[in-house]
Design a protein around this ligand. Sequence first.
Ligand SMILES: *[C@@H]1O[C@H](CO)[C@@H](O)[C@H](O)[C@H]1NC(C)=O
Length: 487
Amino acid sequence: MMAAARLRLALLLYVFMCAAWARPGLEPAIRLPSERAAAAGEGTDDAVGTRWAVLIAGSNGYYNYRHQADICHAYQILKKGGLKDENIIVFMYDDIAHSPENPRPGVIINHPQGGDVYAGVPKDYTGREVNVNNFFAVLLGNKTAVSGGSGKVVDSGPNDHIFVFYSDHGGPGVLGMPTYPYLYGDDLVNVLKKKHAAGTYKSLVFYLEACESGSIFEGLLPNDINVYATTASNADESSWGTYCPGESPSPPPEYDTCLGDLYSVAWMEDSDFHNLRTESLKQQYNLVKDRTSVHNTFTYGSHVMQYGSLNLNVQHLFSYIGTNPANDDNKFVEGNSLPSFTRAVNQRDADLVYFWQKYRKVAEGSPGKNDARKELLEVMAHRSHVDNSVELIGSLLFGSEDGPRVLKAVRAAGEPLVDDWSCLKSMVRAFEAQCGSLSQYGMKHMRSFANICNAGILPDAVSKVAAQACTSIPSNPWSSIHMGFSA
Ligand SMILES: *[C@@H]1O[C@H](CO)[C@@H](O)[C@H](O)[C@H]1NC(C)=O
């Protein structure tokens, strides 16, 4: 490629990514527990029935390596913690370990110096079996509603404790899935209510990594169904990938992709280390909150949040994820934190880092160079297309002055994203039918569609202006709707 064109590409990338790269944070420091203090409240947990866990990575693609790496790591924690495979249900697309791009075939790591976390992970639901219908059926323990996969479901009883961990891209009110449609906040909370009504758990803990993950529970999750949730971010900010190329610590040089996510890695590296009989959910929440916000400085990172039955957070992690007997001496003491990260990459920009790394590494003049350049430009073109289309639709609906204000308005804390969730879903379909798929990046615009609904505009009206805004669906794979609508 010509030098001038290369410079233009680099500049464009810089514009896309400048907001994503944050200043170096504090120096890493490991402070080990200097004395063994019995954590307050030991023994307050209710007697444990059976511990169940559902782990789900909602993405696919090698550039999303980190979500499946998180899930595999979580499995290893549960396994060492004493949970049985029959009680752990794993959803992962499973296209990472044996991807031709994986520099260590058959191995997945979740830390730059970390060992393999892939070995032994049950493949309950893989490929297209990772979908909303199966996820809900598994949570509800409804074997007949499951399609494909191992058929394993959360067949729990009234004394049981359930742990759910979800790691993926998201947007306001929505979580990604490798197979359309995406998962919407109201549907998830309705499933949790249904599970509660069936009397098939004592309490349920939900850990959620995704952009705008707070919006999944904000104003939706009741505080009287014994569900305690923590999220990587509040309702209005992205979450962050970590151990990304160019960071410190960075992945081994042969990796072009991020190995983990900030919130996920924070709770897991804490859980790897402590005697979880002595650490409460609340203590872990505080520790993870501190690490994910770089000690409350927000040089990068996000606001870790908690929702639902907050009274459950005095319970010990042991009730949900067990504990590794090798950690029996590592009792939790306030302040014994793990290393800080020096940098992190906004969840939504991690794919750019990957496509850029890949492009940069291919030798000039080699046949792969043009393909890598095409891939990178397609990602960027899709972003511009979605951003511009949504902005134009806002202007056509509300005028160029008010459009941006209406689309970006954020509701007060405690209010749900949208009053009418079926309107939101129809709005998304109306957009995608004219303008093409939102895809993982476009999930960020869910708030705009929600606000259009909140303003009382009907999907038909949006369909008409979207047809004006988008004369055709771009031929780009990211825009393709042949896999279906995301709502
Ligand atoms: C389980 O799923 C099937 C199929 O979707 C449905 O007909 C049935 O009512 C469900 N059972 C329960 C107990 O919800």
